[in-house]
Design a binder for this molecule. Structure first.
Ligand SMILES: [Zn+2]
Length: 615
């Protein structure tokens, strides 16, 4: 596992390495974050890609073009008027998007997709003007038909862009290469009777619409498709098509949803396989200019599908390759978050965090320390600072600067409120509520400085961490975990990054957490390591024994004593297994070094558990 410090080193190394000038046009709008709750899109996909490119100095301020909203008259050239009018009704969107849509969400979804239509249109006109490659970090809403929308797609941005380019004089054939996991049925329907636009789609299941479209290719590969199968199908079908058509423009939907780590997709393509696919399409298009010596055919890339937190990395890999011709591995989500938070935190002055030098003088700064914020169990002067350092205002400011409060606002809590409860037996508590009425508790963290749990080190001991979204509902895919009242916030990476920054600021060796249940250990494993390598081996045995069970069911199996030691037949009880996220070099060495690894190897074979059949 990469530690936080590795992440920093990574970021620094990349910052220092020079890079050739980009030859790629970029189109993106910060308004794409509108996303909408309840859908699996990562609203930060585009921003993460840009953050990664910026860290490699591949994009600079002003290097990204921001698209306008597509006007209704453009949309009417592709979509039927009755259908466009029906988009004024939230019920229409509820059906298309697949989650309950109220008026506010309706306006957001519609703005988002109108902007994406504007984005693909802008990308097309830039590509045509410069005969280049333009990457639109959005778009690819290929299930939008002339008279209806399906599967999240309201407006067909690619169709709008192509039709508008035609009106502005683009002559010659257009090729749409749709490598999103799903059938590009909406786009095929738009151009079903247009012999000048070939719609090529390679996908898992055909939806069965317009099989007789005059210029189209539809390749149905089924589910479970791996790199070799997809690449072979593409390599066979696409080159002769490009050769025959000699397109004047290619729009490529580089969907990331065929990836094995996609949250909803059913294919098994690797990151390397997807990049190979993207290179294949790009090479074919750019190398297919009509005459030797001329640059290739104008190519517009839309990002299309890709669900969950991993999707951005596939897009980032492709973007970096387009710009440099090299393969650059994007950092993990956690590293990216930490690097971003670190930049924001570096801009905070100590006085702003602690309120020293009068910075948090209630009168002068215009804020109040609420009475219950400083409740302490001891007589005499109550503690005034979180972990002896941060004032309430400082915490709020830090959360604001790193963008965490904005994330909460985007989840529908317009006035997040921070409260502290200091000096409790198990440590200090920070609570973040959704509003000033303190009804919706979103974040609750109880932590203390701790010199005893890990002899020789001082750590930030996290006693309790709750991240919940009281306005979200559980789904069949995400049922409640034991003890969970509401679904999570989806901000564990961000909060972990903040805790790492706190350790750095307070010169602590790292974070310490002792999971009380199986699922807490399983969730923490992404960020933390077991202090004792034997615990790591024990936990892996546990994982093997509950393989195939959901997280909640696995925890119940452990708690109900359904796991027994393979050798002794004794009932397994989860021991105290402390985990750490090392921040100092010393603690990093302690839990990743040679000695740790040797002990881990020796421990590996010692634990074997079996699951008994429930009676
Ligand atoms: Zn898709």
């Amino acid at each position: 596992m990469r530690t936080a410090r590795d992440g920093l080193r990574f970021a620094l190394r990349r910052w220092l390495s020079g890079a050739p000038a980009p030859r790629l046009g970029l189109v993106y709008s910060p308004r794409y974050r509108l996303g909408g709750s309840g859908v699996a899109h990562d609203p930060y996909r585009g921003e993460k890609v840009l953050g990664f490119l910026a860290a490699h100095r591949l994009v600079r301020r002003g290097g990204v073009e921001v698209p306008p909203i597509a006007p209704w008259r453009s949309l009417r050239r592709v979509h039927e008027v009755d259908y466009l009018e029906s988009l004024a009704d939230p019920a229409t969107l509820t059906r298309i998007v697949g989650v309950e849509v109220d008026e506010r969400a309706r306006a957001r979804f519609l703005e988002l997709q109108r902007r994406m239509a504007g984005g693909t249109r802008l990308a097309v006109s830039r590509a045509l003007a410069g005969r280049g490659v333009v990457l639109h970090l959005g778009g690819g809403l290929h299930h939008a038909f002339p008279g209806r929308g399906e599967r999240f797609c309201l407006l067909n941005d690619v169709a709008v862009a192509v039709v508008e380019a035609r009106r502005e004089g683009l002559a010659g054939p257009v090729l749409v290469v749709d490598c999103d996991l799903h059938d590009g049925d909406g786009t095929r329907a738009v151009f079903a009777r247009d012999p000048t636009v070939h719609t090529f789609s390679i996908h898992n299941q055909s939806s069965g619409t317009d099989p007789d479209a005059v210029e189209s290719t539809s390749l149905e590969l089924g589910s479970g498709v791996d790199d070799a199968t997809c690449l072979a199908a593409l390599a066979e079908a696409l080159p002769p098509l490009v050769e025959r058509l000699r397109p004047a423009l290619v729009v490529y939907l580089a969907g990331a949803d065929p990836a094995e780590d996609d949250e909803i997709g059913d294919w098994r393509m690797s990151g390397a396989g997807l990049l190979e696919r993207d290179r294949l399409v790009t090479g074919l298009v750019r190398g297919s200019g009509r005459r030797g010596g001329r640059s290739g055919v104008p190519l517009v890339v839309a990002t299309a599908g890709g669900y969950g937190r991993a999707a951005w990395r596939h897009t980032a890999r492709y973007a970096a390759w387009l710009m440099t011709g090299r393969e650059i591995e994007p950092p993990s989500d956690e590293e990216l978050t930490l690097a971003r938070y670190r930049r924001a935190a570096a801009a905070l002055r100590v006085a702003e965090l602690t309120g020293e030098n009068g910075a948090d003088d209630a009168g002068a700064a215009g804020w109040d320390l609420l009475e219950e914020d400083v409740l302490g169990p001891l007589a005499g002067a109550p503690p005034r600072r979180l972990l002896g350092f941060y004032s309430r205002d400082g915490v709020e400011l830090a959360l604001e600067r790193v963008g965490l409060l904005d994330r909460l606002r985007e989840l529908g809590y317009p006035r997040p409120t921070v409260a502290l409860e200091l000096g409790g037996e198990a440590g200090d508590t920070v609570r973040v509520y959704g509003g000033e009425d303190r009804r919706d508790l979103l974040i609750e963290l109880r932590a203390a400085r701790d010199r005893h749990s890990l002899p020789g080190f001082e750590v930030l001991r996290v006693e309790w961490l709750l991240l919940q979204n009281p306005r979200a509902s559980f789904s069949r895919e995400r049922p409640p975990l034991p003890g969970q009242r509401y679904p999570g916030l989806g901000l564990l990476a961000e909060v972990t990054a903040l805790l790492v920054l706190m350790c750095e600021r307070l010169k602590l060796d790292g974070l310490l957490f002792v999971p009380s249940h199986y699922h807490l250990a399983a969730q923490s494993r992404r960020y933390l390591r077991f202090v004792e390598p034997e615990d790591g081996a024990r936990f892996r045995a546990l994982e093997r024994a509950v393989a195939g069970l959901g997280l909640g069911e696995a925890t119940r199996a452990v708690d109900e004593g359904r796991l027994v030691d393979a050798e002794t037949g004794e009932r397994f009880e989860m021991p105290s297994m402390p985990m750490v996220l090392p921040v100092s070099d010393r603690l990093t060495e302690r839990v990743t070094g040679e000695r740790y690894r040797r002990r881990a190897d020796r421990a590996e074979a010692r634990f074997e558990l079996v699951r008994t059949v429930p009676t």
